[in-house]
Design a protein around this ligand. Sequence first.
Ligand code: ATP
Length: 614
Amino acid sequence: DPLEDKRALLEFLTIMQPTRSLNWNETSQVCNIWTGVTCNQDGSRIIAVRLPGVGLNGQIPPNTISRLSALRVLSLRSNLISGEFPKDFVELKDLAFLYLQDNNLSGPLPLDFSVWKNLTSVNLSNNGFNGTIPSSLSRLKRIQSLNLANNTLSGDIPDLSVLSSLQHIDLSNNYDLAGPIPDWLRRFPFSSYTGIDIIPPGGNYTLVTPPPPSEQTHQKPSKARFLGLSETVFLLIVIAVSIVVITALAFVLTVCYVRRKLRRGDGVISDNKLQKKGGMSPEKFVSRMEDVNNRLSFFEGCNYSFDLEDLLRASAEVLGKGTFGTTYKAVLEDATSVAVKRLKDVAAGKRDFEQQMEIIGGIKHENVVELKAYYYSKDEKLMVYDYFSRGSVASLLHGNRGENRIPLDWETRMKIAIGAAKGIARIHKENNGKLVHGNIKSSNIFLNSESNGCVSDLGLTAVMSPLAPPISRQAGYRAPEVTDTRKSSQLSDVYSFGVVLLELLTGKSPIHTTAGDEIIHLVRWVHSVVREEWTAEVFDIELLRYTNIEEEMVEMLQIAMSCVVKAADQRPKMSDLVRLIENVGNRRTSIEPEPELKPKSENGASETSTPSEI
Ligand SMILES: Nc1ncnc2c1ncn2[C@@H]1O[C@H](COP(=O)(O)OP(=O)(O)OP(=O)(O)O)[C@@H](O)[C@H]1O
């Protein structure tokens, strides 16, 4: 345990006296136990303290928090903290995320922000800070989000145009800030600088206020104007305005009605806010989530700094509904995008769920999508991942079939296959070699920063109810024995991986319909085509433009077919597959530079791709 850090926090707690009781006591272990506290990997230091809305009262005592010199995240927002910005916070050299908004802090902002070189997100809004905005903010090279709104800051707005990483800024409602509004600030939304005094060319101060809504001018014709019009014209205007108002009202009511209906529908978020989902009132939802013992649990090394409340407030968009729940893209205040999976039908109790999450979150591998955080309460179970803006392999392969489609080239497909194989092989080593992915499919494979395949959504079958209805969307990937026993294994993962390989090779979905509405099962179809000795027909038409890859495609087809054999014990192990696929890829580097074309048969396949090789 980090004893020194622990002592500092206990001193802080004794003086601040939060109204909500925290489970911090001298005898208990800090790391993984104390509410709102996160330690580093070896448990030697505290790196995050998150205590939003726990009723902390009074001034932050000097020489307490500042002793946590490894602190990266400090969130004390929505409390009753008063006094000046603690001077000794300069000791927190690693601080990256600072959230002190919604308190009663006052006095000047720190003069020299450059002591916090790693600052990424700062929110000091809704306090009583006064004085000027320090120009040293311009030295925060990593800053992405800066919120100083609703204080009483004054003076000029410093030039922060050099901050290329800045994505979000809010200086609004600091009524004594003087203008003019600099050009760099005008690049941000208008809401970033409403409520600031500006000096127009004439010299008089005016306040930057939002433009008045246009209806107002329609609804309130001035008296002078009325006197200038004939009564008929005036009446016509009144009637026209009334019609517009009534139509608008009817429209709003219809929208409300439709939204309410939608909200009742299964899994549909009506107001694209996570907090309004599930037909629960936002207040009820938030209060359920805010149970002190039920907090968002982050994994070691995670550089996110948001709290559950931030997540609930984030604007959210449904990415899709899958086997285990619905996944949302949530955009947080500091412009970070995360993917949040809201699980349904979880059968595991809290302890088992947490244990499984620890196993999943403990896997750090470049080909496994890292679980960043999770949340468990009676009513909600959430998992938080990085958001992959390029979409999944499923969407890259099967999405956007229109004119501006960018086909997936062979090299990328191979990188996806090798990456995914390595990721799954790594998963299979976990938990004493017993961990099963359980849901391998192309919508759960993404491209990492090097465009290698990266697998997600692992290990969830262990916490799900076995009584949940069978999922048809998984069907095309499910090994025959899983259909019967409903138990997945590492060998059934191999089968599903084989189906993904077939998808990459054929460009076809595991279950699809033909023009004549015939349902095609990819594995069966490939078997039948190969049996009929039409191997070349199998490959994706988009791949036929590449001249010297036939041999590799055939080799990959052989590998895929070995994965999808019926008898589980005859399938290769994932670690063998990594080697086999890498061999194919390695040979390619020597083939690729050869410009020579191989002779092609009529249907476009090379002479070497004879069915006998399969
Ligand atoms: N981290 C992420 N970044 C971007 N998109 C994601 C992320 N995680 C999931 N998605 C996408 O969100 C959609 C829904 O995902 P989800 O995992 O809930 O369902 P699925 O993959 O369709 O099925 P299953 O639940 O069986 O995995 C899918 O299109 C998936 O590719």
